[in-house]
Design a protein around this ligand. Structure first.
Ligand code: PA5
Length: 443
């Protein structure tokens, strides 16, 4: 099993009898996913990872990745939310030396409206020998990436001229509809398709994530194979007691029903920062609706033990913790023997940092448990492309099951429109005049 799920520290909140009582609901949630009969079932294209990207598209992704590697040392991807977080999570979590030598470095734009950050990015591009762009947006009208792409398109045309700029711009978007599809067709950019039935936060194993990941030199075949393994492993049975993906999904919902409204995904590896961000979006946007849903939070230990550790140990008991652990990272750093023991750490001399980090996890999980914080751990041996593909599918499937257990559509996000309408009105978008007037009166 690629992922080991350790649940000892969930007792007494969760035991087999709690889970057994949920078995009929779990089986029906699995059935809704499998038979595509649940709410939002038009967006279940991610469910079987082998069917997301047709063979010809996969070859086109690999060819384009090679072309990008020949063109430029840096690829700027433009996107936000589901059109951004998956690729960033993968690229930061995988060890750098897993990528082939010809891989490009990937930069990110379009995930905010910060003038400071955008100016820095544009200035930094002048220091690069060459630049390619991958603009990713299903709709093509999302404000943040659309603004960033306006700027980057102008930058590229200014730097290379219109003809060469268009050879360096790659668009990942809807097959037929949307502003970006139209623009890409007009301009003659190479394009990749976000399948109709795959929503943003479930799209990392589609061209959305695969093109930048392939350009960076990581093994996308291995990622897809890992996801397929997870599809088989966690699709083989609906038994909540033996299927760890279902056990995790059901346990988190059972904890929520006991008043544990926050799930903290805690990692002991800074490289997993964006994996946690991706997971937060996956769960927050999928589950947080109809006035229900677990609030997904994240902590990076041991760093956050010196900030959030106090709350987790002794604060309000309305949360539970899930640790995501890599047992044997591909890195070897040994604590040196300095010949003096003023810091009292001489007993650690000669020991691997990764071993010390593992003991930190074990100590933290028991301390938090003793403080009344239910916790469980998802443990992988060494994170590589295959294992990460497996983990991605594990989390996506668990999210689908959790949402159906809570009676919500996992695949829509109606709540993200409210702020957009206000922002458009305040910025003076035509058609929003009445709303602008009403808002101004409240400011
Ligand atoms: O998960 C989602 O659906 C969202 O986060 C979208 O991916 C995000 O809003 C970006 O949308 P688009 O790809 O249309 O620019």
């Amino acid at each position: 099993m690629t992922i080991r799920y350790q649940t000892k520290n969930l007792a007494p909140w969760i035991d087999d009898s709690v889970l057994k009582a949920m078995q009929p609901q779990v089986a029906s949630a699995c059935d809704l996913l499998r038979t595509k009969k649940g709410p939002g079932s038009d967006f279940l294209g991610w469910y079987d990872p082998s069917t997301v990207v047709p063979a010809a598209e996969l070859k086109a992704i690999k060819d384009a990745a090679k072309r990008i590697q020949e063109q430029s040392p840096v690829l700027v991807t433009v996107g936000i939310g589901g059109s951004y977080l998956g690729a960033r999570a993968v690229l930061e979590a995988l060890p750098f030396d897993d990528a082939s030598e010809d891989g490009v470095s990937v930069d990110f734009a379009g995930q905010h409206i910060s003038a400071r950050d955008t100016q820095l990015l544009l200035e930094s591009l002048d220091d690069e020998d060459d630049v390619s762009i991958n603009v990713i947006s299903k709709s093509g009208t999302t404000t943040e990436p659309a603004i960033a792409f306006r700027l980057l398109k102008a930058y590229m045309e200014d730097r290379y001229g219109k003809e060469e700029a268009k050879n360096r711009i790659y668009a990942t978007t809807d097959a037929k509809k949307g502003a970006l599809r139209k623009l890409a067709t007009e301009e003659g950019y190479a394009t990749f398709t976000i399948p109709d039935d795959v929503g943003g936060r479930f799209s990392v194993l589609s061209p959305v994530g695969l093109l930048p990941i392939a350009a960076s030199g990581h093994d996308i075949d291995a990622m897809l194979a890992g996801a397929q393994e997870a599809f088989k492993t966690y699709g083989a049975s609906d038994d909540v007691l033996t299927n760890d993906c279902l056990r995790y999904a059901a346990s988190r919902v059972a904890l929520y029903r006991q008043g544990k409204a926050i799930e903290i995904l805690s990692v002991f590896e800074p490289a997993f920062h964006y994996l946690v961000e991706w997971w937060k979006q996956l769960n927050g946007e999928s589950e947080g609706k109809s006035r229900t849903g677990i609030f997904p939070a994240g902590c990076e230990f041991t760093t956050d033990l010196h900030s959030m550790g106090q709350w987790i140990q002794e604060g309000q008991r309305n949360a539970f913790e899930t640790f995501l652990i890599e047992e044997k990272p591909k890195a070897s750093v040994v604590v040196p023997d300095t010949g003096s023991d003023l810091d009292g750490l001489g007993y650690l001399a000669g020991r691997e940092l990764s071993e010390i980090n593992l003991q930190a996890w074990k100590g933290v999980s028991l301390a938090h448990y003793d403080g009344g914080m239910p916790n469980s751990s998802l443990v992988v041996e060494t994170l590589d492309a295959r294992v990460l593909g497996n983990l991605i599918h594990f989390f996506e499937r668990a999210t689908g099951v959790s949402c159906y257990l809570q009676g919500v559509n996992p695949f829509d996000q109606p709540g993200v429109e409210a702020y957009k309408a206000n922002m458009f009105a305040l910025l003076g978008k035509p058609g929003f005049e009445a709303q602008a007037k009403a808002l101004q009166a409240r400011l």
